[in-house]
Design a protein around this ligand. Sequence first.
Ligand SMILES: Cc1cc2nc3c(=O)[nH]c(=O)nc-3n(C[C@H](O)[C@H](O)[C@H](O)COP(=O)(O)OP(=O)(O)OC[C@H]3O[C@@H](n4cnc5c(N)ncnc54)[C@H](O)[C@@H]3O)c2cc1C
Length: 258
Amino acid sequence: MRSHVPAYELRAARDLPQALSMLSEGLRPIAGGTDVMVLFEAGKLAHKKWVSIREISELRSIDIMPEHVTLGALTTYTDIRRSAILAAEFPLMRAAAALTGGIATQNRGTIGGNIVNASPAADTPPALLVYDAEVELVSSRTSRWVEYRHFHQGYKTMDMAGDELLTRIRLPRRFSDWKHFYRKVGTRRAQAISKVCFAGLRSGDQTRVALGSVAPVPIFLENSDLSAIAPIDDVRSTARYRMQVAKNLMEEFLNVTA
Ligand SMILES: Cc1cc2nc3c(=O)[nH]c(=O)nc-3n(C[C@H](O)[C@H](O)[C@H](O)COP(=O)(O)OP(=O)(O)OC[C@H]3O[C@@H](n4cnc5c(N)ncnc54)[C@H](O)[C@@H]3O)c2cc1C
């Protein structure tokens, strides 16, 4: 059932301070709307007051610094796919973006929205985890950087207050020499939600692996030990199938990157 449009309030922020001020009044941010509008269309969008952050241009950039590449939260999947620096040094980001939805979703959906929507099946979190990403959270009170590894605390719960906006994602430029591996296993190659999503980096004996859809939050593994994952049965797959796929992907990763 569709939502009742007049019951909702949507304002547009012209800049970051205005957006932060509206968040402190209890509005929530909408970026590309590709998750929010699905809930709205289904009549399941409980929160009624929203601020569009889409026109805040300073949040849509890919900045190259000596130590980091920094993505604004409004960077879209298409921006990621077109970035030469990400293709060269962070190819798993590009792979995840290319396998996310179709062209319309890639043009509209943002990396910040993917992180904060916090679906365990999302496709960029495993790549962000293996690259040791940090996220910047800003409110009208404070500004802080959080290691992405510690950002998701449980199913749809995060180290983020209601008045904070995720503004930037910082990727350290120290993994370009590693071997990179990304696989998304879904019902189809495109336009399918992951049953298991796997990102891996390897340099000699060192491995960095992260998986999506195998626990309530995306999981990072310092080594290749899968005992930390706890897949569940749901409408898309069974726990048993997911565990077997995770094992197969680990084996393929270790073989391909040997
Ligand atoms: C047809 C279709 C296919 C899809 N396929 C995939 C897929 O294959 N893989 C995948 O991972 N996802 C997929 N998605 C989900 C979606 O596109 C992504 O999660 C997208 O990145 C969300 O970004 P957005 O800007 O549209 O977020 P929005 O819908 O605007 O927001 C999502 C949530 O994040 C919050 N939020 C957004 N930006 C910020 C910010 N900067 N700071 C704080 N909170 C923020 C919002 O308040 C909201 O709670 C698909 C969606 C559709 C409709």
